[in-house]
Design a binder for this molecule. Sequence first.
Ligand SMILES: NC(=O)c1ccc[n+]([C@@H]2O[C@H](COP(=O)([O-])OP(=O)(O)OC[C@H]3O[C@@H](n4cnc5c(N)ncnc54)[C@H](O)[C@@H]3O)[C@@H](O)[C@H]2O)c1
Length: 463
Amino acid sequence: MSTSKTRREFLGDAAGITAATLVAARGFAAVHAGGGDEIKIALVGCGGRGSGAAVDALSVQRGPVRLVAMADPFEDRLAASYKALTEELGGGSEKGLDVPQDRRFVGFDAYKHAMDCLGPGDVVILATPPAFRWVHFTYAIEKGLNVFMEKPVSVDGPSSRRMLDLAERAGQKGLKVAVGLMSRHSRALQELAQRVQAGELGEIISQHGYRMQGPIVNFRSLPKPKEVGELEYQIRRFHSFLWASGGAYNDFFIHIIDQLCWMKGAWPEKAQALGGRHYRSRADGVPYVDQNFDSYAVEYTYADGTKMMFNGRNIEGCQERFLSYMHGTKGSAIVSANGDCGTPSSIHTRRNLGADSIVWQSKVPAGQENPYRNEWNDFIGAIRDNVAYNEAKRGIEASLVCNMGRMAAHTGREITFRQMLECKHEFAPGIAEFTKDSAAPVVSDATGRYPVPQPGILTDREY
Ligand SMILES: NC(=O)c1ccc[n+]([C@@H]2O[C@H](COP(=O)([O-])OP(=O)(O)OC[C@H]3O[C@@H](n4cnc5c(N)ncnc54)[C@H](O)[C@@H]3O)[C@@H](O)[C@H]2O)c1
């Protein structure tokens, strides 16, 4: 019997949660203490982040880990990812990249074939546009797989409710679930969170987050070229479509919003927001047809009345600002100094946050500077040691907080967390059955424009 088969048997037992399981699990942990057993990985969604996550997976401290299957609806995406992985890793199977042609799956059902190459205890990476998360998570749980899923994990009320049920089911089966909110694995932010919890800032009285930048990735889209299929166009440009991604709001802003909630130790109860689109066409008059606003200003309110203010912008030529900070009754703190979770984090005696008022500044241990690597080391460590590890619920709640702020801006109404969770508007009904010939969830008008939010006119749905 191979050692990996032995591992599977132990993990298979663990799903049943019996007393014998716990003994078996301890035995399993001992087997893995020296890192002598292999974890197989499948990649579903072979784009930029999925490929990056695969490299992070293959770089964990407690290997061995091997990438054995890849899945994507589009052949060119899969081929580009495989090529990039080969270059980045500097080799193929000897570097853990063991995906021969017959384990590279193309199509909307490719995810099933890729996961069928794994066994219980192995890991699937879900790095598709978020709309597909619940579909793929459902199958992974059925197969008894551990899951690394990218943020955001839900885009509307119905998919959030479904994901919450799935998160619980994964927990009941003893599966390990990681969510790609890598800030949570930044050692600097972790120490700051501990210090905040210990009362070093006193009571938090306001929080401020910014992601003001130019139009990145597929924030905006021009009319679909005739030769490209409608569904394919919307999936490839998923940041432009609310059904696919939750829009630029969810995709770009979630890290800063999530980390401020983490520091506060709560999710906000409600949001009110402003938003709009200044530029709806290119300089030559060709329309931008996507569903995004280019500016969002959101006031989130926690149960104790504290406000978190978030400003997001995607316009070139404006001043850029991408960071977060907060004020307490005893001091203030820079959470992310620059970008999603840039160091150093710091605590200050005064609200001006200048260098002259610093009382603590983060120092990250050598080798733990990269939160993307940390999240994988933490996740694989939990699998090896068989300790509970399920980030799904908090990932869904962070996604819901984004949905709530976005819907407040898009409707022009105050939206509560509960209203968002209970919202009935399902953006992509039937997505589990999509094939390449399926109708796309939104339809353009004669000019190629897709429906956009109309605050004050459409108030119980976003478009
Ligand atoms: N944590 C981070 O910092 C971070 C950074 C970038 C992206 N992300 C997240 O990662 C996810 C992917 O983003 P990306 O930038 O890699 O986008 P991308 O477009 O580069 O990659 C997405 C890939 O998924 C594929 N895909 C689409 N539908 C699929 C389906 N049904 N089944 C299988 N594959 C499918 C696409 O063809 C594409 O290759 C998003 O949720 C995004 O928010 C996270």
